[in-house]
Design a protein around this ligand. Structure first.
Ligand SMILES: Nc1ncnc2c1ncn2[C@@H]1O[C@H](COP(=O)(O)OP(=O)(O)O)[C@@H](O)[C@H]1O
Ligand SMILES: [Mg+2]
Length: 488
């Protein structure tokens, strides 16, 4: 089987708008060259200096391509910036390093098995930089001649293309396809173009300097280039970076019609992956490909079960493993699907391999700075005293609740035609939307009027009821007896 590396169709990527929005103010880790957190917040990052320093070290190691197969656990209370720090790392690494984000609960999908979902996530996080030499024809267009002839009712186009370099000139015969391509690219005499010999793809590099005086009026974006030197035919090195998963998808699509039925990718056959791994190993030996280990970030990792954890254990040992970053807000709690309790809800054998970075609760001035950054991000003007009140609310309820109040308060302010959010707007929103504490209190008072109310039966509830960001912030009285809340 020959392995194909360039996608025929665009590989569709799922972007998670919702989560991006919550962290859209994060533009990096905010570290200086010595990997020290810059004073007073930078790149949207505030406080949490220890964790940022630690992740900075990881960043450096990844960037130098030195590590793979390591795992880092971000542990801390809800809303202490674990996801934010991971997003900062992603931003810092830039688009050249694969960074895959998923939530622990995502593996429980009906379309594929848990291990398949994790395998795909792992392989999305490993980039392969492939060096290819292609033959191109590069020269300045001297003349394009097209003859059309009517042949059995079809328009047949034939033609000749004259290309030159500073040293030589050659005439090429053209078929219909090439003529169409030239016309599509609007190539005319005086353009400097390259034609990929294998694919026939035409790229316009610009207009030749020698023609710059032919026309008086030309678009501002016209780029002038030198007429190429030497031979018309050249070898060029091109570099593609694709993820292992992309290579998997491209090569399994060709394989069978089944891909049509199981959504976009479905499960990818083990044999396909094996062959691809062999091929990649071959390319590496020949010096045609290098591995770019990226990052796989699994948020809310306590949602994984025993099977997934043991898969992670093994996957980390593969020689093409990415760096695994996981995050959890659990203390000592049950490992999903078992009755065993373990720190962070993670089995001890995996914990043993982790470097643990803990995030700390924010101080009032940090909460205030984060809220300020969010106001800027959401284009909200806020009065000084209103911000102070919001900070107090953030300290007493939760940072997330306060962040969510920003946009709501600005809408309330807008309604009374004020350009600035003032205390009264914050107060109004505070009465309109209750936070978890008040809601719980309400539930305690009026429990009998609700369905499924189990308070007082003394049973601790299953983890699976809360998955993501929405209701992490359970106060202790709301049934957290099985999970020891994270402090310190
Ligand atoms: N250090 C920080 N600097 C800037 N924004 C932060 C910081 N920590 C948290 N945030 C913001 O606060 C909100 C909650 O933080 P998040 O990272 O989701 O918490 P966690 O994942 O630990 O539960 C997010 O909108 C996040 O972007
Ligand atoms: Mg989070």
């Amino acid at each position: 089987m020959s392995i194909q590396i360039t996608p025929q169709a665009e590989v569709r990527e799922l972007t998670r708008l919702e989560r991006c929005a919550a962290h859209s103010h994060i533009r990096g880790l905010g570290l200086d060259d010595a990997l020290e957190p810059r004073k007073g917040g930078s790149q949207g990052m505030v406080g949490q200096p220890k964790a940022r320093r630690a992740v900075g070290v990881i960043y450096k190691m990844i960037q130098e391509g030195k590590i793979g197969g390591r795992a880092i656990l971000l542990a801390g209370k809800p809303g202490s910036g674990k996801t934010a720090i991971a997003m900062g790392l992603a931003q810092e690494l830039g688009s050249d390093t694969p960074f895959t984000t998923m939530s622990g609960s995502e593996v429980f999908s009906l379309e594929m098995s848990k291990t398949e979902a994790l395998t795909q996530a792992f392989r999305k996080s490993i980039g392969i930089r492939i060096l290819e030499e292609t033959e191109v024809i590069e020269g300045e267009v001297v003349e394009i001649q097209v003859d059309t002839a009517l042949n059995k009712g079809n328009m047949d186009k034939t033609g000749r293309l004259t290309l030159c370099t500073t040293e030589m000139e050659t005439v090429y015969d053209l078929g219909t396809k090439m003529i169409d391509a030239l016309q599509k690219e609007k190539v005319s005499a005086g353009d400097v173009i390259t034609i990929d010999k294998a694919s026939g793809k035409i790229t316009k590099l610009g207009r030749s300097f020698s023609r710059s005086r032919d026309y008086d009026a030309m678009g501002g974006q016209t780029r002038f280039v030198q007429c190429p030197e030497g031979e018309l035919q050249k070898r060029k090195e091109v570099v593609h970076t694709v993820s292992l998963h992309e290579i998997d998808v491209i090569n399994s699509r060709q394989q069978g019609f089944l891909a049509l039925f199981t959504g976009d990718t479905g499960e990818i056959k083990g044999e396909v992956r094996e062959q691809i791994d062999l091929k990649v190993a071959e390319w590496r030996e020949e010096g045609r490909a290098t591995i770019v280990p990226g990052v796989l970030f699994i948020d809310e990792v306590h949602m994984l079960d025993m099977e997934c954890f043991s898969f992670l254990n093994r996957a980390l040992e593969s020689d093409m493993a990415p760096v695994l970053v996981i995050a959890t807000n659990r203390g000592i709690s049950k490992i999903r699907g078992t009755d065993y309790k373990s720190p962070h809800g993670i089995p001890l054998d995996l914990l043993d391999r982790l470097m643990i970075v803990s995030t700390e609760a924010y101080k009032p001035d940090e909460v205030q700075s984060i809220l300020k950054v969010r106001c800027e991000e959401e284009d909200v003007e806020m009065a000084e005293d209103a911000l102070e009140l919001l900070t107090r609310i953030g300290m007493e309820t939760s940072l997330r609740y306060a962040i969510q109040m920003v946009i709501a308060a600005s809408l309330v302010a807008e309604k009374r035609k004020s350009a600035e959010v003032e205390i009264q707007d914050i107060k109004r929103v505070y009465t309109l939307f209750v936070d978890v504490k008040r809601s719980t209190q309400f539930l305690m008072e009026y429990q009998n009027e609700y369905m499924y109310n189990e308070l007082g039966e003394g049973e601790d509830e299953e983890d699976s009821s809360d998955d993501e960001d929405s209701n992490d912030e359970k106060p202790d009285e709301a049934g957290n007896s099985s999970d020891v809340a994270m402090e310190s």
